[in-house]
Design a binder for this molecule. Structure first.
Ligand SMILES: [Zn+2]
Length: 289
C-alpha cells in the first residue's frame, strides 16, 4: 500500500510529466473504484489545463482553474503510468515496476493529452478512488476536512503534539496512527519512528516526556524526508523497469523484522511482534522503554 513518501514521489513525478498539459478527453474503462467514478463530472475535465498538483496526507490533488480539482487516493494498488509523445512508458513511483503493467486489463481510467500523451490509472484491487470537486476550500471535502497537520510542515511540532496528547489515555502507537493528530502516517512509519525514538509502542501518551516528544517529532520528519529522497532517487530513470523496487524497504529497521536481531549495535534482543488496536507492532523490548 502506498504510504506518504510513495504518494509524495507520485506527486513530484506527475508534476514533471503532466503539469500544464491540457486534458483532451478521459476514457473510463471501469468506473467501479472504491467510489463510483462520476462520468458526468469527469467529462467536464476535457479542455482543462492542469495547473497544480498537491499532496495532502495520502491524497493527490490535481488542480484546474476555477476551484475545480480532482482528488485521488491510490488505495492498495493504484498506480499511474505516463505515456509520452514518443510512446515511451514511464512509472511515477518506486513501489512498483513497469513490468507490473503487462496488459491493460486493470487500466481503469485513461487521461488523454495533446500529442498522444496519456496518463493511465491502473488499479488491480480497486480500493483507490478518483473524485471531482468544485470547491474553494478543502474544508468542505469530507476526506480532507478532519486531517491533522502534515508531518513535514512546521505546524507539526512539539508544542502542538504536547497539546494534542494532553489528557488522552491512548497508547503512543494509537496517537501516531490517528489521522486527526497527524495526517498520513501509516503503520510502517509509526513502527519505525517509535523504534528510532526508543519508545515502547504500548506506552500511554501521558507517560511520554518532553524529551521523548522532541525525539518523536524529529524522527518523524527525518524518516519521511529520507524515504522521499530514497524513493525519488530510485526512479531517476523512470522508464527503467528493473531492480529498484523494494530498495526502500531495505531501509526499514524494525517493521516486519519479527524474530530478527535488533539492529542497534549494542543490543542482541530479538524483535517482537504484538498487536495494538489490531495492527501489527514490531519493537525491541530492551531498546524501547
Ligand atoms: Zn534492541
Amino acid at each position: 500500500m502506498p504510504e506518504l513518501p510513495e504518494v509524495e514521489v507520485v506527486k513530484r513525478s506527475l508534476e514533471s510529466k503532466i503539469q500544464n498539459l491540457i486534458i483532451k478527453k478521459v476514457k473510463i474503462n471501469d468506473s467501479k473504484l472504491r467510489y463510483k467514478v462520476n462520468k458526468y463530472k469527469i467529462s467536464k475535465l476535457a479542455g482543462k489545463r492542469i495547473q497544480k498538483i498537491e499532496r495532502r496526507s495520502k491524497f493527490l490533488i490535481i488542480k484546474f482553474d476555477r476551484n475545480l480539482f480532482m482528488l485521488i487516493h491510490l488505495g492498495m494498488t493504484g498506480k499511474f503510468f505516463f505515456i509520452n509523445k514518443k510512446n515511451r512508458k514511464f512509472k511515477t513511483s518506486f513501489y512498483y515496476d513497469l513490468k507490473d503493467h503487462k496488459n491493460q486489463k486493470h487500466d481503469r481510467l485513461v487521461f488523454f493529452f495533446q500529442k498522444n500523451q496519456k496518463l493511465i490509472y491502473n488499479d488491480v484491487r480497486k480500493f483507490g478512488f478518483i473524485k471531482i470537486f468544485n470547491e474553494k476550500s478543502y474544508d468542505k471535502i469530507l476526506h480532507l476536512k478532519n486531517l491533522g497537520p502534515e508531518p513535514l510542515e512546521k505546524n507539526f511540532n512539539s508544542d502542538y503534539f504536547k497539546n494534542y496528547i494532553l489528557g488522552r489515555k491512548r497508547t503512543i502507537k494509537d496517537i501516531l496512527m490517528d489521522q486527526k493528530c497527524i495526517s498520513g502516517l501509516g503503520n510502517i512509519y509509526v513502527n519505525e519512528i517509535l523504534f528510532l525514538s526508543k519508545i515502547n509502542p504500548k506506552r500511554k501518551v501521558k507517560s511520554i516526556n518532553n524529551f521523548e516528544i522532541k525525539k518523536i517529532i524529529k524522527n518523524t520528519k527525518s524518516i519521511l524526508k529520507n524515504s522521499i529522497k530514497l524513493g525519488g532517487s530510485s526512479i531517476k530513470d523512470f522508464s527503467s523497469g528493473n531492480g529498484k523496487k523494494g530498495l526502500f524497504q531495505q531501509h526499514f529497521r524494525v517493521y516486519g523484522k519479527e524474530g530478527e536481531k535488533c539492529s542497534n549495535v549494542d543490543c542482541s534482543e530479538s524483535i517482537l511482534r504484538i498487536k495494538i488496536s489490531n495492527r501489527a507492532s514490531f519493537f525491541c523490548q530492551r531498546c524501547q522503554k
